[in-house]
Write a protein of this length. Structure first.
Length: 1016
């Protein structure tokens, strides 16, 4: 063979390889086209509509006609949320200050505040309004010397961290996040010592005289997804001086003392969502006012300034308890990093035993207080007290749940309480009068108490001494003005869950009380007064029995609330979440029958038993192989277009024809590689492209213009629009929304979320966070409304309902029991069913009634079962009792075998999951965890294939009733678009093909020529 022949043969091999590589790249690109579109801003396919003038084309419309209006709405709403959500805790008359006052800011956090969390539902801090700017805009003059001092200190560096980043020792600290395993937890506050003040700005105190009207001190703490604070020394970085991460350290105390020594008026702002230990500040007579401001987002400090200068009177109330010792609640006995004695891989290593039962947050402190007054249950024993002496409420609590002050005073009168026996509701009517000298808003908080009976004690049914049932906020009332308000709550939320005997919800025989008050403690005192107690019995103050309504139930009732509204029997579904189910007698749950004898212990030596192992390994559903499933996905051509299902009810008969046209392969792929947004279904050409975004600080990761692709849309944003680069993730944190105690403002936020969805072309929004603030130490408390499930229920339901009106698929998270971030991937969370139903699940339940059509599951295990695969929770409670018909997606599934093993697709599908949170299809490969998730692997199992069909319909229904259908009608058709990356691989394929053809031709010629030479 000639030399030329060898050259062309080699060249042919190279070009053919390039051709194969180009085709392979094209195949990968097409498999990942949704992800490429999302990350590169391209559109690989679109639905074109020939007639967009039809009235049904744009079903969901914005409340705003321009982006200027939208941006202004963000500024206005977040300012109002901060005005009404900031909570005045202490005030000796110093507040409000006067516009024009010259003020001095203290604390590094005053210059480097926490606008939102470090990670997760973050906000667009680049455009944030600083506290200094907000105060200036509010008419104050701010001491520039101290502002410059903190700027200078904030730029001091002290070496590099492990990643090579500069270390800034004098900036407020940040929690360290980790997705997998125990959190590090060592927190550095970052407050500079006073010696650093002198070192970098000698003579700074000379500036105080000119700006002496008031000192405004800011203390704060970081918040973050994938991070927690740890109690005690374990939570402190080396060299930290505080008692724990939530206690003020020496540097903070010195800074506060500096302010107190030099100013007659000292105001402290709490820039945190984790409840700090501020008892010393409350007791310090030199500190005139304390106000909690949370994490105020991009525009919230404007609202803080409005309250400080008196333009608005504060009307917020605490949604979590400020205890004297942040570790004093029984929930803190079991919080943090607990590892199985015989732990497996990282995803099978951690557990959490919530032995406090229903007694977390105020339901612990107030119930124990009620029992101490009634002298029952050893409530005043030293067990659990912060100082080792007899337990005393006033020693334990600094500011209680629901407390909040105003610049004016109000008088509330309980007018009536009326029960509706047919609808099982109760309506409370009250009149509020402004008895002060300035205008303001007030909140009527409605609480209730159920009888704690012998039956309860014998059957382990626990009752909170007081629980929030509802609330309503007044309009702004002028001095002397009155308003009568009413609110109606469902009595099912007063029923108690008996998980041992009746195994359903019960109402005991006995006396029931409804009371109003300024917080849980005030309302409880009113109830205690109605029961005949007073300060002589140990009450902190005499209550007002006129603010209490009492009724008596003659008979024990275990039937009224034993059936859900859709007729489903309510009975135990979470027995296996109780560690005692697996290891009998292991856990003693806290009971008010004996506070001393049942006080939780720390469960440190738990081992995985043989019975637990199959569930820990997520391999308990046995796939069948010999059943005929051909009728479930008949793959018949449908005469109904998906576009015709726009706005269709779930029970519309046409869905069956749509589903009959879906292929089993498509259904598998759609669930298997759901990622964070729905995939295209080849067998349903018209399926819409629904883009997603994370939250809950606002639609994240995009601006107004990037995803705007329909020039005919009323909410189209061109790149030339002045707000094209505006990012809508600028909201206040969820606890601020909750602290307004204003359902109308939660509704307004949901409506604005919906408008954001339309303007950013983002249909699916992962928000709000709906988990419970079990302890002050959860690093993610910024994403959760409250320690109380009814606050969560009302806030989240309002957001969901309002956003749904705009066609947004709001996806609340995380169902369920994501009670700490440490070990969140795979941690086994144990509790009894009463706690599960009456705390966290009660927060989720109302959203189903509000029309929720998207929901995210948690990464943790429910007991020993991965949450998405827990049939009792996901199928029997969520879809059965509550009647949920939307889609169900997992949280992110990392493409790591340890993760995909426990986040099992098989068990999740049976549990009702619609989308697995992974974008890679590697798990069906030879080394993957989900090799069974193929047509061949599942087609012999009727239950599994039927679950695939059901789950796919849930997704289709949600999409058909979303703004992803905007711009579509019967004239719409799917077209493929040539994106730049398609042009790129097409060009490479064409070039490689041309070169391969050329080289083959030349190789053939060389072969022929070589053959002729041999013949000669």
């Amino acid at each position: 063979m000639s030399r030329k022949t060898n050259v062309w043969r080699g060249f042919t091999t190279i070009t053919a390889s390039l051709l194969a590589l180009s085709v392979g790249v094209a195949t990968v690109c097409e498999s990942w086209k949704e992800s490429l579109d999302q990350n590169l801003g391209t559109t690989s396919s679109s639905i074109q509509t020939s007639d967009k003038t039809a009235s049904d084309t744009y079903t969901y419309t914005s409340d705003y006609t321009t982006t200027d209006e939208l941006v202004q709405a963000h500024k206005d709403l977040n300012e109002q949320l901060s005005e009404e959500g900031s909570v005045l805790l202490k005030n000796n008359g110093t507040l409000p200050l006067s516009s024009g006052d010259k003020v001095t800011l203290f604390g590094a956090t005053s210059h480097y505040p926490y606008y939102g969390p470090e990670f997760g539902g973050s906000v667009d801090e680049e455009n944030a309004v600083s506290l200094e700017q907000a105060l200036t805009d509010g008419g104050f003059e701010v001491n520039p010397t101290m502002t410059a001092l903190y700027e200078t200190l904030g730029n001091v560096t002290d070496g590099k961290d492990d990643q090579g980043n500069d270390i800034y020792p004098y900036r407020p600290g940040a929690l360290t996040s980790t997705f997998i395993g125990p959190v590090p937890g060592q927190y550095a506050v970052g407050e500079p010592p006073l010696s650093a003040y002198e070192e970098h700005a000698a003579g700074y105190q000379d500036s105080f005289a000119e700006y002496s009207d008031a000192a405004i001190v800011v203390v704060g703490r970081s918040a973050s997804e994938a991070a927690d604070y740890l109690p005690g020394d374990d939570g402190l970085a080396e060299g930290e001086s505080g008692a724990n991460a939530l206690a003020l350290n020496d540097e903070e105390r010195a800074m506060i003392d500096l302010a107190c020594q030099n100013f007659d008026k000292v105001v402290v702002l709490i820039n945190a969502v984790n409840q700090l230990e501020i008892g010393d500040l409350a007791d310090n007579d030199q500190i005139d006012a304390i106000m909690w401001v949370g994490l105020p987002g991009v525009y919230g400090f404007n609202g803080v300034a409005d309250v400080l200068n008196g333009e608005e009177s504060p009307s917020g109330h605490l949604t979590s308890t400020y205890a004297a010792n942040s570790q004093s609640s029984p929930a803190m006995v079991n919080f943090g990093n607990y590892e199985y004695a015989n732990k497996g891989d990282q995803m099978e290593s951690m557990y959490l035993v919530e032995a406090e039962g229903i007694y977390s947050g105020y339901k612990y402190y107030e119930t124990r207080y009620a029992d101490a007054v009634a002298d029952q249950g050893n409530a005043d024993s030293a067990t659990g007290s912060i100082d080792g002496d007899a337990w005393n409420y006033e020693d334990e609590i600094v500011y209680g749940f629901g407390e909040g002050l105003s610049y004016t005073t109000f008088e509330q009168r309980l007018d009536s309480v009326e029960a509706d026996d047919e609808n099982h509701t109760m309506t409370v009517t009250a009149t509020v009068t402004n008895t002060g000298s300035v205008a303001g808003k007030d909140v009527v908080q409605v609480y209730a108490q159920s009888p704690y009976t012998d039956y309860d004690k014998q059957n382990n049914v626990e009752k909170a001494g007081v629980q929030l049932m509802d609330y309503v906020k007044t309009d702004e009332l002028q001095p002397g003005e009155s308003q009568t308000v009413s609110t109606t709550f469902e009595l099912k939320y007063l029923a108690s869950y008996d998980y041992t005997t009746a195994k359903t919800y019960i109402m005991d025989a006995g006396d029931y009380y409804v009371a109003i008050g300024n917080g849980a403690h005030d309302a409880l005192n009113n109830i205690l007064a109605a029961q005949g107690y007073d300060t002589a019995d140990g009450m902190t103050a005499d209550g007002d029995s006129s603010l209490t309504y009492t009724w008596h139930q003659d008979e024990f009732d275990d039937t009224t609330y034993a059936t859900s509204e859709n007729g489903t029997e309510i009975t135990n579904q979470l027995d296996d979440m109780d560690l005692n189910y697996w290891q009998e007698g292991t856990v003693t749950y806290l009971s008010r029958s004996d506070w001393e004898g049942t006080w939780p212990k720390s469960y440190t030596d738990i081992a995985i038993t043989d019975e637990m192992q199959p569930y820990m390994q997520s391999d308990f559903y046995e796939m069948k192989t010999d059943e005929d499933t051909s009728d479930i996905f008949p793959e018949e051509e449908s005469s109904v277009s998906f576009l015709e299902m726009k706005g269709a009810d779930f029970d519309d008969e046409r869905w069956e024809e749509i589903m009959d046209g879906v292929t089993l392969e498509d259904a598998l792929y759609g669930i298997r590689v759901g990622g964070t947004q729905p995939k295209k279904y080849e067998s349903v050409d018209e399926i819409v492209n629904a883009l997603e975004s994370d939250g809950p600080g606002g639609i994240n990761g995009t601006d107004l213009a990037t995803r705007s692709t329909d020039p005919d849309s009323p909410t189209y944003v061109s790149e030339d629009d002045p707000n094209a680069t505006y990012k809508p993730n600028d909201y206040v944190c969820e606890p601020i929304v909750a602290s307004t105690f204003n359902k109308d403002l939660a509704t307004a936020q949901g409506a604005l979320f919906g408008n954001d969805s339309l303007w950013t072309n983002t249909t699916i929004f992962f928000a709000p966070g709906v988990n419970n603030q079990r302890t002050p130490y959860n690093g993610r408390n910024d994403e959760y409304y409250s320690e109380d499930p009814m606050v969560t229920n009302y806030c989240a339901s309002a957001v969901v309902a309002a956003a749904r009106e705009k066609g947004t698929i709001i996806v609340p998270k995380h169902l369920a029991f994501n009670d700490q971030e440490s070990g969140r991937m795979g941690i086994s969370v144990f509790m009894n069913e009463q706690k599960a139903r009456e705390t966290e699940l009660r927060g989720f339940e109302g959203m189903v009634d509000a029309g929720m059509n998207g929901l995210m599951t948690s990464m943790n295990r429910v007991g020993v079962t991965y949450s998405s695969g827990h049939v009792g929770l996901m199928q029997n409670i969520l879809r059965g009792e509550w009647g949920y018909q939307g889609f169900l997606m997992t949280d992110i599934v990392f493409s790591m075998k340890d993760v995909t093993d426990y986040m099992s697709a098989k068990e999740s599908v049976i549990g009702g999951t619609t989308l697995m949170g992974i974008s890679s299809d590697s798990q069906i490969g030879s080394s993957g965890s989900w090799q069974y998730m193929t047509v061949e692997g599942v087609s012999g199992d009727r239950q599994f294939v039927q679950a695939l069909r059901d789950n796919t319909k849930y997704l289709f229904y949600a999409l058909a009733n979303s703004n992803a259908m905007n711009g579509l009608n019967s004239t719409s058709r799917v077209v493929t678009n040539m994106t730049w990356w398609r042009w790129s691989y097409a060009a490479f394929i064409a070039a490689a093909l041309a070169l391969t053809v050329l080289s083959l031709t030349m190789y053939a010629r060389a072969l022929r020529k070589s053959g002729k030479e041999i013949e000669r």
